[in-house]
Structure formats: structure tokens, C-alpha cells
Design a protein around this ligand. Structure first.
Ligand code: XMP
Length: 516
């Protein structure tokens, strides 16, 4: 079935997938495509509306991006956001120039409630800005519908032609009324009824994968985490027994985790999957010995994973495809295109240059974590698995700052198990579901302590707990002191070679969730 579609034309901004995601939240299918798409190609797709995204370029002068101006003649409603707003303004005869001052972040905006997008928005609102150019003068036929002390045209519209623009970003959480503005565009202006939901995504993903794989064999890199489990179930529904799931114990898993994963996905478990467990601990320890640089560690782990999968694929024979549970934040943080690399997620930037598979399938690569969970529920995956806190592919390897040894792995495993047990039990189990992620890490700090009248010189553990839903930003959780106190006492008493415990109070940004 063809769903109502909003096309998001990508001019290179940071939030492009976020725009698509907000449209999906309104139950309307959104597809992100490059700004170079021709008017003819767009017409063939028959979208109900188009959104032109933000981007780092200037809308005028030599650096301006070349797009097909005929898109303005298609009679399809257009919303321009930030750079997209400037594209509309410049392309239709308005004036775009360098702003007298840049606006970054939280900005107060005066709204004209008669604007079609703003009927539900108060006259003064807070929006998120990020620009150095601005629309100095709206094109002929446009009405200015919002302004700030710096922007004379913070929003504009030409209702008769179906053109709308906001200099600010309605898609980010910090724009207070953003979702209402997007809803007005998608539902009122474009007339979308909302015929898409996560079930449609799942059906479509199964169909697409089935077509791609044909009669080939597929190997799924299964870690037991939410993303790879959801990917494996999609693949299993798509190609059944053509799929083999390979679970690699790289010796950097949490305490008892390998057995727990095998119990769910292996023989006699919840799923009827062909499941292979590879015990590759020593191989990873050998490669990682003495390596301290976080990016090197990530790359080594990423490459070793692939080599293990290649070996298993050869044993199975004729495996064309490797399936990975990559999700969108993995891609954006690994620095695609011109974006900065924050860290190489093992399944994206951590991949070696040569991979011995015909293709890699990543059915979730455009979704955010909470959307993956919705997809998991649609697929009937048990709630306790879908709601598991994420665990990174490189595992404890990026929770041990500095070089990795078996002894350090054991220390962090034990400390982490105590911490997770106490958090899970706290307040009758009410605290844990409020936390996006919580874990222990080994700090690479040794300090002097005194235990039973003896001097100690031992490791310090760091505890981390964050509140987040999309894992792109996160707030350090204000854990109750009695909990931290109990966990600290237990770790210091029960885990050999630990004599100190820290609590990490850093938000993301400026920190990241993991330590490396
Ligand atoms: P950061 O540390 O980037 O983490 O703030 C954001 C989320 O991503 C997880 N993470 C990873 N997941 N492979 C993964 O599968 C990786 O290489 C990786 N690095 C970080 C992290 O646990 C958090 O949920």
C-alpha cells in the first residue's frame, strides 16, 4: 500500500533525520532524500508535502547548493526550515544576507497567530535557532508570521501557493511548540490523515529485506541487545531459515550475559533461530593487549567482530549478507559525510575497509532507539527484552579506560553486577525504568586506601546513570544517596582490588554516555 508521504529534502543539516522522525510521530511516512532530487523525480513519488532542511551552506553566492528550482512549480506544499527557509526566500525573489548577529540556541520569538502554522501557538514562544544568515526581506506574496529582535522574518508564508518557512527548528525538543507547528503543516496544510504507524514500518522492512535477499543466505550479528534482536526478528520473519544468527562472546560482556543471551536465542529458547555462539574471548584480548587509545580499541573490536563473522560465514557457505542492528545515532555519531566523528560505533565507523560480504543489511538504520523499541513491540518481542537498557557492541572494552586485561574485565563485571542488582531492587523496582542507562566503569585511576589497618593501592570504579529517551542527549540521574552509599559499600567490600567509587555527574553533552 502506498502511504501518504512527506519528502524531507536533505540540505546537509544535523537534524534531518529528526525532522523525519517527528513526522513519523504524527503517523505520517517521511523519507529523507538528497536536495539534488529533480522536480520530475519528486513528482513521480507524489508526496503530500516537502520539507527543505537546514544545512551549513549559504543560500546565495558561490557556496550555495544547486537544486532544481522547478520544485516550486509542482503545486506541492513546502515547508523550509532554517537553510531550507532561506532557500525558499532566495529562490522566490526575497533577500537573504548575513545576519547582524548570529542566533544560537534558545531564542524568544514573537508569533503572528494568524499564521496558518501558528494557530495553536502562543504569541510569545521559545524556539531553537542556529544560523548566521537570515531572511532580510520576504519574497513577494509572502506574509511575515514571526520575528525575533534579530530576525525580521523568523517565519513567513504564502498560503495561496502553499509555501511556509521558519528560520528556527520546529523539530528539536527545545522548540516549545515545535510539534504543533509541524502538525499544522503536515495535517492541515498537506492534508495528511496519518495512515502510517510502526506496524507499517515493520511490514515494509520485512518486505524490503525479503526482496533484497532473494534466495541468498544471511548472517545476523546478534548481541542480544535491543537493536540486533529486533533486526534478527525482522530478518527471521523475512527469510526464515536462510538466516543464521551469530553471537560472539568477545570476553567484554557483562557478568553472565553470554549464557543469558544463549538461553533466549539459542536452542530451546524463546525463538526458533539457527543460533551459533562463538567463544572468541582470547582472540579479542590478544588483539587488545596494551592498546589504550579509545578509537583504536573500537576499531580493533569492530574489525575482529567482522573477521569472526567472515569465518562463521565461510563455515555455513554461500552467505551473501551480513545483518547489523545499526540505528541512526550510531551513524550520526560515527561522523558520516561532513559531520564530526564523536566516536566510531563498532558497527559503523568501526568497520574495516574490506568486508567479505556482498552487502550489509541494516533494517533499523533510520530509527532512533525509542522507535526501535516500538518496532520490537510490534514484532511481539517480549517487553523485558525490548526495554533492556542498551549495551554497546564494544562492551566493557569502552568501559575500561585505558588498556584491557582479563583481571580488569572481571573487576568491572563484578562491580557492574552489584550496581545493576541494587538499582533494579531500589524502591520496589520503581527507579530502574526511569533510567535510560546505568552501569559501572573502571577509571584507570588507582588510589591509596586503608582497609583493616592495611594500606591499599587499588582501582577506582565509576558509576554512571543517565536519563534519556533518544540517547543523543542525556542528563546525569540524581540517584538517591542511600542507594549510592549501599552500592559503594558493597563494591568496595565484595570486589577485590577496588577501594574507591566515584559517581559521574556529567550530562551529554558535554560528556557522552559511555566513557570512551
Ligand atoms: P554515547 O557514549 O555515544 O552512547 O553517548 C550513546 C548510546 O550508544 C551506545 N553506544 C554504542 N552502541 N556500538 C553500539 O552498539 C557502539 O560502538 C556504541 N558506542 C556507544 C551507548 O551505550 C549509548 O546507549
Amino acid at each position: 500500500m502506498q502511504h501518504e508521504t512527506i519528502l524531507v529534502l536533505d540540505f546537509g543539516g544535523q537534524y534531518n533525520q529528526l525532522i523525519a522522525r517527528r513526522v513519523r510521530d504524527l503517523n505520517v511516512y517521511a523519507e529523507v532524500l538528497p536536495y539534488t532530487l529533480s522536480a520530475e523525480e519528486i513528482q513521480k513519488k507524489a508526496p503530500k508535502g516537502m520539507i527543505l532542511t537546514g544545512g551549513p551552506n549559504s543560500a546565495y553566492g558561490p557556496g550555495a547548493l544547486e537544486y532544481d528550482k522547478d520544485i516550486f512549480e509542482l503545486g506541492i506544499p513546502i515547508l523550509g526550515i532554517c537553510y531550507g527557509a532561506q532557500v525558499l526566500a532566495h529562490g522566490l525573489g526575497g533577500e537573504v544576507a548575513k545576519a547582524p548577529a548570529s542566533e544560537y540556541g534558545r531564542t524568544e520569538v514573537d508569533i503572528n497567530k494568524n499564521g496558518r502554522l501558528f494557530a495553536q501557538v502562543p504569541e510569545k514562544t521559545i524556539a531553537w535557532m542556529s544560523h548566521t544568515d537570515y531572511i532580510k526581506k520576504a519574497p513577494k506574496g509572502f506574509k511575515v508570521t514571526a520575528e525575533t529582535p534579530i530576525c525580521p522574518v523568523a517565519a513567513m508564508e504564502d498560503v495561496s501557493r502553499g509555501f511556509y518557512a521558519t528560520q528556527f527548528h520546529p523539530e528539536v525538543m527545545h522548540t516549545k511548540e515545535g510539534i504543533k507547528i509541524l502538525r499544522s503543516f503536515v495535517k492541515d496544510v498537506c492534508g495528511c490523515s496519518g495512515d502510517w504507524h510502526m506496524g507499517s514500518f515493520v511490514e515494509n522492512a520485512i518486505e524490503t529485506v525479503r526482496e533484497k535477499v532473494g534466495s541468498g543466505k544471511v548472517l545476523c550479528a546478534l548481541s542480544g541487545g535491543v537493536d540486533s534482536s529486533v533486526s534478527a526478528v525482522i530478518l527471521s520473519k523475512a527469510v526464515g531459515k536462510q538466516l543464521t544468527c551469530v553471537f560472539v562472546d568477545h570476553g567484554l560482556l557483562r557478568k553472565n550475559e553470554a549464557d543469558e543471551v544463549e538461553a533466549v536465542f539459542g536452542k530451546g529458547g524463546h525463538y526458533d533461530l539457527d543460533f551459533i555462539r562463538v567463544n572468541a574471548q582470547q582472540r579479542f584480548y590478544d588483539k587488545l593487549a596494551g592498546v589504550t587509545d579509545p578509537e583504536k580499541k573500537r576499531k580493533i573490536i569492530g574489525e575482529e567482530f567482522i573477521r569472526v563473522f567472515e569465518t562463521e560465514a565461510k563455515k555455513i557457505g554461500k552467505v551473501d549478507f551480513l545483518v547489523q542492528g545499526t540505528i541512526y545515532p550510531d551513524i550520526i555519531e560515527s561522523g558520516p559525510g561532513d559531520s564530526a566523528t564523536i566516536k566510531s560505533h563498532h558497527n559503523v565507523g568501526g568497520l574495516p575497509e574490506h568486508v567479505d560480504f556482498k552487502d550489509i543489511i541494516e533494517p533499523l538504520k533510520m530509527l532512533f532507539k525509542d522507535e526501535v523499541r516500538k518496532a520490537g513491540m510490534e514484532l511481539g518481542i517480549p517487553k523485558h527484552l525490548v526495554m533492556r537498557q542498551p549495551f554497546p557492541g564494544p562492551g566493557l572494552g569502552i568501559r575500561i579506560i585505558g588498556d584491557i586485561t582479563e583481571e580488569k574485565v572481571e573487576i568491572v563485571q563484578e562491580a557492574d553486577a552489584i550496581y545493576r542488582e541494587e538499582v533494579a531492587a531500589y524502591d520496589g523496582g520503581k527507579l530502574a525504568p526511569t533510567l535510560g542507562q546505568y552501569f559501572a566503569a573502571l577509571t584507570n585511576v588507582r588510589s591509596v586506601g586503608v582497609m583493616g589497618d592495611f594500606r591499599t593501592y587499588d582501582h577506582a570504579i565509576a558509576l554512571r546513570a543517565v536519563e534519556t529517551s533518544d540517547f543523543m542527549t542525556a542528563e546525569a540521574a540524581k540517584l538517591p544517596w542511600d542507594l549510592i552509599e549501599k552500592v559503594t559499600t558493597r563494591i568496595v567490600n565484595e570486589v577485590p582490588h577496588v577501594n574507591r567509587v566515584f559517581y559521574d555527574c556529567t550530562n551529554k553533552p558535554p560528556g557522552t554516555i559511555e566513557f570512551e
